[in-house]
Design a protein around this ligand. Structure first.
Ligand code: HEM
Length: 289
């Protein structure tokens, strides 16, 4: 599963893109509400639990120069955001969808909440805010079990399904794990609910590659269990790099080798899934020139 242990402090990272990204996220949530936000009634207590902890404890403790707690005379609590000069109530909204929207416009990370599935067999997606989906429409994954969410992922069934189901069932509270992935995106858009993957039976499209808008797109993914509701929270922050940035860092050769490696290894189908046939030549030529 290529996961490693992390700590609670790793849950959210801040960088210089914060303000631009949260404004972009708010625009995406307005324009594409049905694709990026959803909540079943059953997820309310998990969303509320995380909301209270994120605003009331995590953010003001972890990033005290960005977020401070405020209380009015009648004891109502707020999180004051020093970057945006805004206040958010420490109490979650009546509807979980609204709490998700508030959190989606507060931090750059996307959040997916999983609860034991209705038939008791594995975990299912019950609520989310995902402004930056890399090639999937999260709404189409709502209520699906982990294994059905990953149906298009090569070798998932053969190589990952069993260990993932076991791992998700056993993950204790207090443990934080992380995983990173990488992809090449031929667009600089962050809201990409389609087009970044190829699925079985699909034809390889003929696309003119523009290197200036091509990005190395990575997700810094985290998984942990909420202590009270015991829901699982999968979250990820999307990071993008231009190809000149990769070259300037001296990583051009490493990336070119990783691209070649997609065809080899134990799941060569990833070459197709990641659309490598579309961008491989142009990207490799640029990286090695
Ligand atoms: C930590 C355990 C997990 C592992 C090891 C894992 C593994 C993977 C892999 C290998 C892929 C293919 C793309 C890539 O290289 O990343 C993928 C895609 C994906 N994963 Fe996961 N995943 C995990 C957890 C989750 C969870 C908890 C969710 C949602 C609740 C999720 C949702 C997705 C989605 C939506 C895709 C795209 C599928 C598509 O193309 O339609 N993953 N995952």
């Amino acid at each position: 599963m290529s996961i490693e242990e992390a700590t609670v402090s790793d849950l959210i990272e801040m960088d210089k893109n914060y303000l631009d990204r949260i404004h972009l996220r708010r625009r995406i949530m307005k324009k594409h509400t049905d694709t990026v936000l959803a909540a079943e009634d059953s997820v309310k207590s998990a969303v509320d639990e995380f909301y209270c902890w994120l605003l009331g404890t995590f953010l003001p403790t972890r990033f005290p120069r960005m977020f401070v707690l405020q209380h009015t005379d009648n004891k109502e609590g707020f999180l004051y955001n020093l970057v945006t000069d805004e206040r958010l109530s420490l109490s979650p909204a009546e509807k979980p969808l609204e709490s998700l929207e508030r959190m989606g416009g507060l931090v750059e990370d996307d959040f997916l909440f999983l609860l034991p599935s209705d038939d008791g067999d594995g975990y299912a997606l019950k609520g989310f805010v995902t402004c930056f989906p890399n090639g999937f429409n999260t709404f189409k994954k709502l209520n699906l079990k982990l294994r059905d969410i990953h149906k298009p992922v090569p070798q998932y069934k053969e190589k990952l399904e069993k260990s993932m189901d076991r791992y998700f069932a056993r993950l204790p509270t207090g443990k934080f794990v992380r995983r990173a992935n990488w992809a090449i995106s031929t667009t600089d858009a962050l809201f990409t609910p389609s087009g970044n993957h190829l699925y079985e039976g699909e034809e390889i499209p003929q696309v003119e590659i523009d290197i200036s808008s091509t990005r190395v797109r990575c997700e810094r993914q985290m998984l942990h269990r909420l202590p009270q509701t015991r829901a699982l929270l999968f979250s990820f922050k999307t990071l993008t790099y231009t190809l000149p940035e990769i070259k300037d860092e001296g990583l051009g050769k490493v990336l070119a080798e990783a691209i070649e490696g997609l065809k080899e290894g134990n799941a060569p189908e990833f070459h197709f899934y990641k659309r490598a046939a579309v961008w491989r030549e142009s990207v490799k030529n640029f990286l090695t020139s």
